[in-house]
Design a protein around this ligand. Structure first.
Ligand code: ADP
Length: 299
């Protein structure tokens, strides 16, 4: 199965061009859609999830026209939206049963089997009778995945799933996603670079509605090899440095400001070469609108 998105565009009534001729080809496995807040990720996810209209372009899931054959898409779709509300007084098991009924699993015994399997798979079997209102953020996200997996979807869309999860829950959630991504197309929309680095064999960076790059994280990192340099700077040096060279990012490490600079050769005597990370690729591509520093490196 393949999802082919071609020249997808969307402008909101307020004039914001949220998607600007987005083209992506996405096969089975985990695909990371990386971009800062406001990049257009949720707009793209909601459009693919048949919840909002595009102005132009196309999206085909094999032979299914995603923008027009909404019912067919919905039968193949699992969606975990960014804002995922639950009924706080209902138990995980009862809520899943309800969703399964809505998805058309009318037979009670069959529904129970589906719900039991999903609770096991998402590690929620032990808390199946607990009310959703008492769930932690991580449990709630795993519940969100459980409901998204009802009906064995072929296309799973998860929008910003790990924001706010503690490290242990994040790992657990990653393992769950990796498990799902073995069989079906999973699109993981996120602004967290490590989520993509950890999980996704393919990814794209978008900003201001445009695809800035698409490929394999390893190859993208390799493309910057030998061209990233770091230096510890005094805080009052930072502005001058940013205006004189392509500072990709600056961050505090153990209380000191460390800048990472993109340059073909050493940008100065105090710089040391560093191994490239996916974050460098990301900040370089996005041009620093998310980074504390201004990125001027070429995308
Ligand atoms: P992301 O998910 O990457 O944060 P969004 O798709 O939510 O990005 O938003 C992309 C742009 O579209 C932003 O500038 C946002 O303010 C704008 N936007 C999103 N939804 C709406 C809407 N319903 N009406 C108007 N503008 C919107």
């Amino acid at each position: 199965m393949e999802l082919a998105i071609r020249d997808l565009s969307k402008r909101y009534g307020n004039g914001v061009q949220a998607l600007d001729r987005v083209s992506l080809t996405i096969g089975p496995g985990m695909f990371g859609l990386l971009g800062p807040n406001g990049a257009g990720k949720s707009t793209l996810m909601r459009t693919l999830a048949t919840l909002q209209e595009a102005d132009g372009g196309s999206a085909m899931l094999d032979d299914i026209d995603v923008l027009r054959d909404k019912q067919r898409v919905r039968r193949l779709l699992g969606y975990l939206p960014q804002e995922f509300g639950v009924y706080p007084k209902v138990s995980a098991q009862d809520m899943l049963d309800h969703f399964a009924r809505l998805k058309g699993i009318a037979n009670g015994r069959e529904r129970k089997a589906v719900v039991d399997a999903l609770l096991e798979r998402t590690n929620l079997a032990a808390v199946r009778k607990q009310k959703l209102g008492g769930f932690s953020g991580g449990m709630r996200q795993r519940f969100g995945i459980a409901q998204a997996l009802i009906g064995n979807p072929k296309l799973v869309i998860v929008d910003e799933p790990t924001a706010g999860l503690d490290p242990e829950e994040r790992v657990r959630f990653h393992n769950l996603l990796a498990d799902i991504g073995r069989d079906v197309i999973v699109i993981l929309s996120t602004h967290i670079v490590d989520d993509v680095a950890d999980l996704c064999p393919r990814f794209a960076v978008i900003n201001k509605g445009r695809v800035l790059l698409e490929g394999e994280p390893g190859a993208a990192v390799a493309s910057l090899a030998g061209r990233m340099w770091r230096r510890v700077v005094e805080r009052d040096e930072l502005a001058a440095l940013q205006s004189s060279m392509p500072v990709v990012s600056s961050r505090l490490q153990a209380g000191r400001t460390v800048v990472r600079v993109y340059a073909e050769s050493s940008p100065g005597p105090d710089f040391e070469p560093v191994a490239t990370e996916l974050e460098d690729v990301y900040f370089t591509a996005v041009g620093g609108h998310l980074a504390p520093a201004r990125a001027t490196a070429a995308a």
